[in-house]
Design a protein around this ligand. Structure first.
Ligand SMILES: Cc1cc2nc3c(=O)[nH]c(=O)nc-3n(C[C@H](O)[C@H](O)[C@H](O)COP(=O)(O)OP(=O)(O)OC[C@H]3O[C@@H](n4cnc5c(N)ncnc54)[C@H](O)[C@@H]3O)c2cc1C
Length: 429
């Protein structure tokens, strides 16, 4: 099994945590079957296996082949859309509970990285979230809001301090979040899968599920070359669900987003970015980037309804990077790629049960690293001990979003925001 089994990413080129799993060639009977070997699937299978539950996981391609093995690697404690919008939607008490669950995911993932000795480091601690220049609202207000309402303590950085840290004039102030950390996400996902397998879960790769059928209490799943009977299913196929389960497919719009990595930049990187943190800005389609240990710069951003070629991704993201850091205009881009994220109509993650015994977790958007861990814990708790905390996420519902057809309005909304950002009339906190 080699890096060629994955899309060409910096992570696949530097993968350390790889373990191969067989494809399913026969019939299997199991208590719980997890479909999809990304972070959500691995988190669910691991939580169940840690509690001695009988669980199998099937992945169509390779563990971490989807968004989980391609993302920016930022493990935040945020919520898609931001906490002020969440408070408006669900009220302060509910928002507090959801924030605690996002923190739980952030902390539990860190604990597992250490407990299972997952080689996804060096772990970068701390993140700077930067306000665009020209915005009248300071992030100090947001820091106060988070401290007052969520007991979350971020440090406000004034413009002068941001300028000392980053050699760009595109930012005003910033906030420093000590809880966010960054990791190599493909190693992370493969390391979690290794932990699942060591704890007794059965994993299969190259095993796409073709159909799902319910026979009362029992479920039957057909794969390319086998059949699985299970008491319950957990569907965690992210932006790659592709019609496998109609309700989930119709309620999520798969949207592409992109990452690139430069050549090692040596002193040029240190001149541009003088802090070791993960950095992002608060535009609607945020730019996010982080210096890597060998002086490369990893840069992510943009959302599009359709995937682009690696050459296009490199060109577009390099243009973004140079618009912030003109001194990096000569930097060579070594590799660029994209991945799909599923967005729900309300842009919030949903965890739930479509019918008795068919669980799902989807809609993590661009904030899935911590929240998929939360989802795994909540689904496992529901299965093992009928814990009902998952209902907090089920309440968002799965309204029809058009599935793949929903890409067209989503693209229009993004272009509107891009124009707004260009002419200075739109920004999201
Ligand atoms: C470019 C990019 C950058 C991002 N950056 C960040 C970031 O910095 N921080 C952050 O928190 N989040 C980020 N995200 C979002 C984050 O990666 C996702 O929210 C998270 O990985 C979702 O995990 P998942 O397990 O739900 O889905 P996925 O990782 O997409 O996994 C789904 C899996 O299901 C499998 N599958 C699909 N259909 C079948 C089938 N029929 N049978 C079997 N298996 C099937 C797929 O092959 C796939 O491996 C980013 C996403 C992208 C694309």
């Amino acid at each position: 099994m080699s890096a060629e089994d994955y899309p060409d990413t910096f992570y696949a080129r530097t993968l350390r945590e790889r373990r191969a799993y067989p494809s399913l060639e026969e019939d299997l009977d199991i208590e719980t079957l997890v479909i999809g070997g990304g972070l959500a699937g691995c988190a669910t299978a691991l939580d169940l296996a840690e509690h001695g539950h009988s669980v199998a996981l099937v992945e169509a391609r390779r563990i971490g082949w989807g968004a989980s093995g391609r993302n920016g690697g930022f493990v935040s404690d945020g919520f898609p859309g931001g906490y002020p919008a969440l408070v408006d939607r669900v009220g302060l008490e509910r928002a507090r509970e959801l924030h605690k669950l996002a923190r739980l995911g952030n902390l539990l993932l860190r604990e597992r990285i250490e407990r299972y000795n997952i080689a996804c480091g060096p772990v970068q601690d701390g993140a700077l979230r930067c306000n665009m220049a020209g915005q009248s609202k300071s992030l100090a207000e947001f820091c106060d809001f988070m401290a007052r309402n969520f007991d979350a303590h971020y440090t406000h950085w004034r413009r002068e301090r941001v300028n000392e840290a980053l050699s760009t004039d595109r930012y005003a102030d910033a906030l420093f979040n000590p809880h966010t950390y960054a990791v190599q996400p493909l190693d992370l996902t493969c390391g979690l899968a290794r932990a699942c397998s060591d704890k007794g879960a059965t994993l299969f790769e190259d095993t796409p599920v073709i159909s799902l059928t319910s026979y009362g209490d029992r479920k039957e799943v057909r794969t390319a070359r086998g059949r699985i009977r299970a008491d319950r299913l957990v569907i965690t196929c992210g932006g790659y669900v592709n019609g496998l389960q109609k309700t989930i497919s119709d309620a999520t719009v798969p949207i592409a987003t992109f990452v690139m990595v430069t050549e090692p930049l040596g002193e040029r990187l240190k001149k541009a970015i003088r802090v070791p943190y993960a950095i992002s800005d608060i535009k609607v389609a945020t730019n996010y980037y982080r210096p890597l240990a060998d002086t490369r710069l990893l840069w992510g951003g943009r959302v599009l309804a359709w995937e682009r070629s690696p050459a296009d991704v490199a060109r577009l993201l390099k243009r973004d990077m140079v618009s912030f850091y003109p001194d990096l205009s000569e930097a060579r881009i070594e590799v660029a790629w994209g991945g799909m994220m599923p967005f729900t109509r309300h842009k919030l993650p949903v965890i739930g049960e479509i019918e008795p015994g068919i669980w799902f977790a989807t809609g993590f958007g661009g904030l899935g690293l911590a929240l998929t861990t939360t989802a795994g814990r909540l689904i496992s708790g529901a299965i093992r001990e009928a814990d009902c905390t998952w209902r907090l996420f089920a309440e968002f519902g799965l309204p029809y979003a058009g599935g793949k057809l929903g890409k067209i309005p989503a693209q229009l909304v993004y272009w509107r925001h891009q124009l707004g950002a260009k002419f200075g009339f739109s920004q999201s906190a």
